[in-house]
Ligand binder design. Sequence first.
Ligand code: SIN
Length: 520
Amino acid sequence: MSYKTDVLILGTGIAGLSSAVTLAEKGYQVTIVTREKDPAATNTVWAQGGIIYAKGSENELVDDIMKASSGTSYLPAAELVAKHSSELLEEFLVQKAGVDFERNNLGEFEFTKEAAHSCARILYKGDYTGREIQISLLRYLNDKNKFPNVKFLTSHTAIDLLTSLHHGIEIPQRYEENKVLGAYLYDQESKVVKKYMAKFTILATGGVGSLYLHHTNSEGARGDGHAMAKRAGAQVIDMEFIQFHPTTFYGGSTHRRFLISEAVRGEGGVLINSKGERFMRKYSSDLELASRDIVARAIAEEIIISQNDCVYLDITHKPQEWVKTRFPTIYKHCLEHDVDITKEPIPVVPAAHYTCGGVKTDLNGRTTISHLYAVGEVACTGLHGANRLASTSLLEGLSFGAFAARDIEKRIDAEEIYSAQKIREWVDGTKEVDTALIQQDWLTLKQTMWNYVGLTRSRDRLIRANAMFRELKDEIDRFYKDAKLVDSLIGLRNSVEVAQMVLTASLRNNKSVGCFYRKS
Ligand code: SIN
């Protein structure tokens, strides 16, 4: 079964939707794909803190980005985002999507501060900025009168990017330019694999946080885009730079981690250990607002010293009503777990949060393989270097989503869709998968990533993980060949490949920098 579209966008978070808006407004046929039932189930939705509005502090923002990354960010990427993002934010988020950022009585934007920012420049909506942005952008794009050319495909899992080299029917197709022609999509409901042919394909599939046992992401952040891009021949770089967020709610060792926004520290929250001591002064003169890597490692150290399972984040000195209004989601979540944050400190631990590396792109979002773009967390523009500054993730997604779409606009009229007849049909296996095997493999992968490829890495741990992943990969490849596809198997196959990317990059780099820390 084959289908055609001008542009195929894989992913429905801020980056994918920013590309979609730009292209849809120019009248192109845009197909936006998600493996979720609900297009709002993204990582964007979980973003609490906010999005930078750099107008008036462009140069300072560049300095802060460079400083947070220990000088490793790609300066042209930082300058580009600092220069153009406020305009894009105003146009896309405020004017078009109608995102309701917090404002004062005069109708002016309210700003908050987060770690490693030299001034308060972050726009926010309570502690659910990502959700507000996600819902507003979806509402805007779902207007059928305005955008009859936009189609959402939900419950569709991308299996592989199509290239003539890998999927052509005839041998001579291998000698054509290796370019991406669309993707194989697995329809979870009909169980059919569709060939979706496109002039251009944009990866906006998010990061790899859910490879870790404890993380702040949606479970969909399993590196599907990274794995598909690599298999198609694109470069994936900087994968050792996994950022851990210092503060997630600790409700017991098996409890799902829940983000406690950096904005809580930005608004004056202090970190204390189990003895009630404010410990950050031992680690940085910036105290609680030191960059994330410093705070996360300080917390891990305090947990070891105190032999307690967590440390605590205290915001009880602020007026109760203010706390409830400023952080409604956090207040509610903690209360549901018997912690009233207006009266007692919040138990917190670090968790995997953001993938600074990814599919290598230039400043137009072009990957190293023709006709494939990558935007948002799946991409590596170099903006974050070895450590991302707070509240740059939504900003990067918004900006590069638009930059990529504008680049496509310049090229698309000269393009034709590749003939679907010249691309092989997908041949599904016949064996039903045993879900118990898949679940156990997932758990092994997540535990190994958490324990051996986590906040602190060492050669011994990485070598042990390497052996485990090799065995896991052989096993998964073996049963993938004959299995009837299911979404979790597609994800598992991708995840183990991506775990190996993180591991290999970590082994190769023995210099601790930014969020990457090796003790040996
Ligand atoms: C947070 O609210 O702490 C997360 C913001 C970010 O990751 O930039």
